[in-house]
Design a protein around this ligand. Structure first.
Ligand code: HEM
Length: 462
């Protein structure tokens, strides 16, 4: 017991010296000086580890975390494979949904039968018949769609089998259990959404209100399918990071906290605002093959930007924003470019933050690198629209941007209020003056409500 408290005091003393030093350095220096020191959380009893309370029992963080990483990596790969399926025009080759069937057709008769069934649908008689698609060509596109479905089911197995094992062994805590059951339900729904999307490509487009009458899946359903894959990926990555990264309390002290809160605010603005919109318009652009609409950037044909002439007057106005190829492409790329500019501006703000932890700073530079790369690939997709590997790479780039944003958000996630209370409470007892000074030093506007509330409670001595 005594040992525990002496360790506690040492930690707080170290913390106090750090904070005091930072206060003085801040006072006498006008240049941004990046200062940071971390705790050793394994030895420090004032660190709370919410993981073991809410996610998994002690000692099982890594096994469950790596399982979630492998699931997210599989979702990453199936998104790329799904993109290739769309770009190689293979997605409508399997005209039935048989979740219980696994293998490819076994012999020539079965292949012929599948091909005959495919011939009944518009993609064949309006498009591929003229191009002279034979049985070998059909086998090629069928194989790609089949692989997409099989990989999807394998991901289902990769989820269910270890999940059941972890449940049986009692590794999982209630909060993670709930999240994983929700993820399982959402993942299963993704299969249904996939078929719902494919079905929309098997109908005669003349009977729909869609603008483009060539056989293809509905861009709206494609957007739902794509978006939910990104959500599943994002949730998986977030949960995995929760388990595999050390508790935030281990890297953050009172001086770091305000800067982390500022960076969090900066990131949440883009994560909740422009990024979801870019992704949405990215899916619309893919769904309507918008990359063919205009192949120069930054200009739009002969113009600097969209003009009134680019809008179609013979369709409902709103449809211009979802199906007019040129409008959708230009909106997507403009949002992407705007995002890059905002991220650059944010980079300057991040540079000025003196008390960020190094990992948070690096995470921000990673976002900038990912966005720059993504913009270059996006431009490539517009300049060379028939090269299908470029849009396929753009999908990998989009997932990388998402990952980097999630990683950065995770590095400056909220601190357990109990940790903050401990730090503040101990400091208030040990050195009331330093405590007062520190409370003034915080920029109250930048702190989250929970952090402010916890501080106020202590400040008022409740
Ligand atoms: C950070 C910025 C960007 C992000 C996060 C982003 C994300 C995306 C996403 C998620 C898609 C849909 C991919 C899919 O089918 O699953 C997409 C498609 C597309 N994006 Fe971007 N994008 C960005 C910037 C740009 C820029 C600046 C351009 C052009 C200059 C561009 C051009 C395109 C094109 C042409 C497509 C359609 C590709 C296809 O037909 O498959 N993107 N983008």
């Amino acid at each position: 017991m005594l040992g525990k408290y002496s360790r506690l005091n040492t930690a707080i003393a170290r913390q106090y010296i750090q904070d005091k030093g930072q206060h003085l350095r801040r006072k006498f220096s006008s240049q941004p000086q990046h200062q940071y020191k971390s705790y050793n959380y394994k030895e420090n009893p004032i660190i709370f580890n919410r993981i073991n309370e809410q996610y998994v029992i002690k000692g099982k963080e890594r096994v469950v975390g790596w399982w979630l990483i492998s699931l997210s990596a599989s979702v990453f790969s199936i998104v790329i494979l799904g993109g290739y399926t769309r770009l190689s025009k293979s997605g409508l080759s399997m005209v039935k949904w048989h979740p219980h069937k696994v293998g490819l057709p076994k012999n020539n008769e079965e292949w012929e039968q599948e091909f005959e069934e495919y011939k009944q649908f518009p993609e064949y008689y309006l498009f591929n018949k003229e191009r002279g698609l034979d049985i070998d060509g059909f086998k090629r596109i069928y194989f790609v769609e089949w692989a997409h479905r099989i990989v999807a089911r394998s991901i289902g197995a990769l989820f269910i089998l270890p999940f059941s094992y972890f449940l049986m062994r009692g590794y999982l805590q209630p909060k993670l259990k709930k999240s994983l059951f929700a993820l399982l339900a959402f993942g299963s729904l993704q299969g249904v959404i996939g078929w719902w999307m494919v079905k929309s490509g098997l109908v005669d487009k003349n009977k729909t209100i869609e603008l483009d009458k060539t056989p293809r899946v509905s861009p709206y359903r494609l957007t739902v399918h794509g978006y939910s894959a990104y959500i599943i990926y994002g949730v998986g990555v977030w949960l995995a990071m929760n388990l595999l990264r050390r508790p935030q309390e281990a890297v953050i002290n009172l001086a770091n906290m305000a800067d982390h809160a500022s960076m969090r605010k900066l990131l949440l603005r883009s994560a909740h605002g422009i990024l979801p919109l870019i992704l949405l318009y990215g899916f619309f652009t893919s769904g309507i093959q918008g990359r063919y609409a205009v192949n120069n950037y930054p200009f739009v044909g002969q113009n600097w930007f969209l003009t009134r002439n680019h809008f179609q007057g013979d369709i409902p106005f709103w449809q211009n924003f979802t199906e007019n190829k040129i409008v959708v492409q230009v909106i997507h790329r403009t949002l992407g470019t705007l995002f890059a500019l905002l991220a650059l501006k944010g980079g300057y703000e991040v540079y000025k933050m003196k008390n960020l932890t190094p990992i948070a700073r690096k995470a921000y530079w990673l976002i900038l690198a990912a966005i720059t790369l993504q913009i270059c690939i996006g431009i490539g997709a517009i300049w060379y629209p028939s090269e299908i590997w470029i849009p396929n790479l753009h999908q990998a780039g989009a997932l990388t941007v998402l990952t980097s944003v999630l990683f950065a958000c995770h590095t400056c996630r909220k601190v357990d209020p109990r940790h903050m209370r401990n730090l503040l409470g101990k400091l208030k007892i040990d050195d009331p003056q330093a405590y007062e000074r520190m409370m003034k030093g915080f920029n109250k506007k930048q702190l989250s409500k929970t952090e402010m509330d916890a501080m106020k409670k202590f400040y008022e001595g409740k």
